[in-house]
Design a protein around this ligand. Structure first.
Ligand code: IVH
Length: 697
């Protein structure tokens, strides 16, 4: 798609545009478009971001501004044109150029062997070349490109007619708005694929929804197909969908033009699309000549299914040669030249016995279904969160129901639905408590929230949960003070609240069974050590609602002493990056409460660090200012989190992946693809652990 040289040029072009324009509007517009297209491709097709969100948004705004000033320069394939005008109430129905068929399924080696035999009989040959690629679990779409431009996107519908979701499809940045098809002699093409959502994006999206008191979406598949049919394209844009295209169903050649040679087999056709910027499984496909190899590959792949960024529910095996495909044809339901190999189901049924109500750190009450233990995808599931009352009512689950449970990869298990046909009439409605199961205070529910909440700050479960969070690995990292110890000390009156961690009566602890001299020394040391933790960890550890690790870092970097926040109003908080009204209000409320101020004073008195010694480094001072680092492989000489903190202390920053923005890659044992990528780029300094330590002095 891009040569290394072009990538370098575009990267430099981006840097230049970020600083100043190309001179005239015409050139600047086309240069920004070129950079944005490249950045989208790197991000969505190659998963290797080259611009920060901030830089990307800056360029986008600049482009929008210039186009507003020069409407005559706006073209249909400009990235700004993804922002659609809005859709009508319902999507119009359109017919597919070629019906969208389904796939026949196989589940084991025997099924595949039978299928191979049938294929060879039909084809009339002994050996067939098969192409194997992942079966993506999302929502299928059909795209039409007319004279190189994306002209239509439609859902599968009933296979013959689908819904026209073009405006939404245009929001998916992996899908090019235009591609050099006419150059290849193709005037029109219909491409099939799957709209998917990254597992990480899905989880983060659900975390946010839960934090906002909304019910979470069921699984990545439902999230993708639901999003594709949302009526507001700007909402679709926010959800960060992705796409993978895996089949050319129809194309028209320009009269007199030769068919591109790549269009003689499936493998070639997907490489050809990939090279024009389309997101295809080009790098994931494998070609085999014997079904035994296919079977081996399928069973190896199933083991690795959780390592992929998207949900994959099987593999698809396709006859590679297009002429053979045509010869074999299709039934009314599926092509004879392709078959799906489905992985083991991750669904099971079980009985819902009872519902427990758990109190969270910030007081929200979560109903948790207790089911008869059932193995799904390698783990035994016994408890499933039902999130909140709305979810329970929506699904109409009842105690005694047989429920269908799904566990998609590393995504947490959830109840798909109750099997109402199996009801006996003895099932009971799930009753929500009116009082806190821990402290009995009356529960409250805010208008725009789905969760009931216990607002008693002294509620024992909340107090314990807050201390556990304070001591947790990503907060103050007091490892030896695990959940069980916090609970025990609290119950014995040895640990009343967070500052109490620093004045535990050790003599009494020693008298408790199970605490030897050594374990007490270790505990004391870990607690003592935590006093020196950087301010961001303390802020995160305080458990302010909506303040995660990243926000805590932003907050810590903005002040020199934690008490500075006593003077900050909402407007000032809103000036910080990525802090919106909800977070700002929560932070303001937290620091306004006398009991929280008192807690901070007491923490300071025991010697806990309340200052940000490195204020200013983020703004560009420090010996590593502007330098970027990434750690990969197993590190033996230091902990990754310590090393990252060291870099940040010196003003450097940590990147999430290898890209041309990366300066240093520190490699431990068994470093894999990141090291490869860095070597390929040629611009990254590769350091051993020892070299890194030397660099740090
Ligand atoms: S080929 C005629 N390839 O699975 C070609 N389908 O259960 C038919 N799917 O409707 C499709 N990944 O939505 C094909 N690599 C892949 C696929 C794939 C996912 C979906 C597709 C199809 C369904 C059939």
């Amino acid at each position: 798609m891009y040569t290394q040289q072009e990538e370098k040029r575009l990267y430099e072009q981006a840097r230049q545009l970020l600083n100043n324009d190309a001179g005239n509007a015409d050139d600047t517009i086309s240069q920004i478009r070129e950079v944005i297209l490249y950045a989208d491709w790197k991000y969505y097709v190659q998963s290797e971001p080259v611009l920060s969100d901030f830089e990307y948004d800056g360029l986008f705004k600049k482009l929008k501004h210039l186009e507003d000033k020069h409407p005559e320069l706006v073209t249909g394939d400009s990235p700004t044109q993804r922002v659609a005008k809005g859709l009508s109430e319902r999507f119009p129905t359109v017919s597919h150029l070629v019906p969208m068929l389904s796939l026949d399924n196989t589940y084991n080696a025997e099924d595949l062997t039978d299928w191979d035999r049938r294929c060879r009989e039909l084809a009339g040959i002994d050996e067939i070349e098969y192409c194997v690629e992942p079966k993506y679990d999302g929502a299928s779409v059909s795209l039409i490109y007319d004279h190189s431009n994306l002209a239509r996107g439609a859902t599968r519908g009933d296979g013959v007619m689908g819904e026209d979701v073009t405006a939404n499809v245009r929001q998916i940045k992996a899908i090019p708005l235009s591609a050099p098809l006419v150059k290849q002699g193709i005037t029109q093409v219909e491409i099939r694929g799957e709209i998917v959502i990254h597992k990480k994006v899905f989880e983060e999206y659900n975390r946010q929804r839960i934090a906002e008191g909304l019910s979470p979406l069921a699984n990545p598949r439902n999230a993708a197909s639901g999003t594709l049919r949302i009526l507001d394209p700007s909402e679709v844009r926010k959800r960060g969908l992705n796409a993978i295209l895996y089949h050319i169903s129809d194309y028209t050649l320009e009269p007199g033009k030769e068919r591109p040679k790549e269009l003689s087999n499936h493998y070639g056709s997907l490489q050809w699309l990939y090279n024009m910027g389309f997101p295809t499984p080009a790098r994931e496909m494998k070609v085999f000549r014997h079904i035994e190899e296919v079977i081996q590959y399928c069973s190896d792949f199933e083991e690795k299914r959780d390592d992929l960024p998207f949900e994959v529910d099987g593999l698809v095996i396709k006859v590679n040669d297009f002429a053979l495909q045509d010869k074999m044809g299709m039934t009314s339901h599926h092509p004879r030249w392709a078959v799906a190999y489905k992985f083991k189901a991750r669904q099971a049924t079980s009985k819902l016995r009872r519902v427990e109500f758990q109190v969270g750190r910030v007081g929200s009450i979560t109903p948790v279904a207790k089911i008869d233990p059932v193995p799904i995808g390698g783990v035994t599931v016994t408890s499933i969160s039902l999130f909140n009352e709305d979810v329970v009512r929506e699904k109409d689950v009842r105690i005694g129901d047989t429920v269908l449970v799904e566990r998609a990869g590393d995504v947490i298990p959830y109840i798909v639905k109750p099997l109402t046909e199996l009801r006996t009439g003895n099932e009971e409605e799930i009753k929500f408590p009116t009082n806190c199961p821990a402290c009995n205070s009356e529960l409250e529910k805010q208008q725009d929230e789905a969760a009931w909440r216990c607002i008693n700050a002294g509620c024992p479960v909340q107090v314990v949960e807050r201390m556990i969070h304070f001591a947790s690995k990503d907060a103050m990292d007091i490892r030896s003070l695990g959940n069980a110890n916090v609970q025990k000390f609290y119950e014995l009156g040895l640990l009343p609240d967070i500052p109490g961690i620093y004045s535990i009566d050790w003599e009494r602890v020693k008298q408790l069974g199970g605490f030897g001299e050594k374990s007490v020394t270790n505990l004391k040391q870990a607690i003592e050590h935590s006093k020196q933790q950087p301010l961001n960890r303390l802020i995160f550890g305080l458990g302010i609602r909506y303040v995660g690790e990243t926000t805590a870092k932003t907050l810590a970097n903005a002040v020199s002493h934690i008490t500075d926040f006593y003077e900050w109003d909402i407007e000032k908080l809103l000036t910080l990056e990525d802090i919106g009204p909800k977070v700002a209000t929560s932070v303001k409320d937290f620091f306004a409460r006398p009991e929280n101020k008192d807690m901070i004073t007491r923490l300071g008195e025991t010697g806990v660090n309340l200052v940000n010694e490195h204020k200013g480094n983020k703004q560009g001072s420090g010996e590593l200012a502007g330098k970027t680092f990434l750690f990969t492989g197993t590190l033996n000489q230091f902990k990754r989190s310590d090393a990252e903190a060291m870099v940040e202390e010196k003003g450097g920053s940590i990147l999430g992946g290898v890209s041309s923005k990366l300066n240093y890659l520190v490699v431990g044992e068994d470093a894999g693809s990141k090291l490869e990528k860095a070597k390929k780029l040629g611009t990254v300094s590769i350091l051993t652990e020892q070299e890194f330590l030397e660099l740090m002095g």
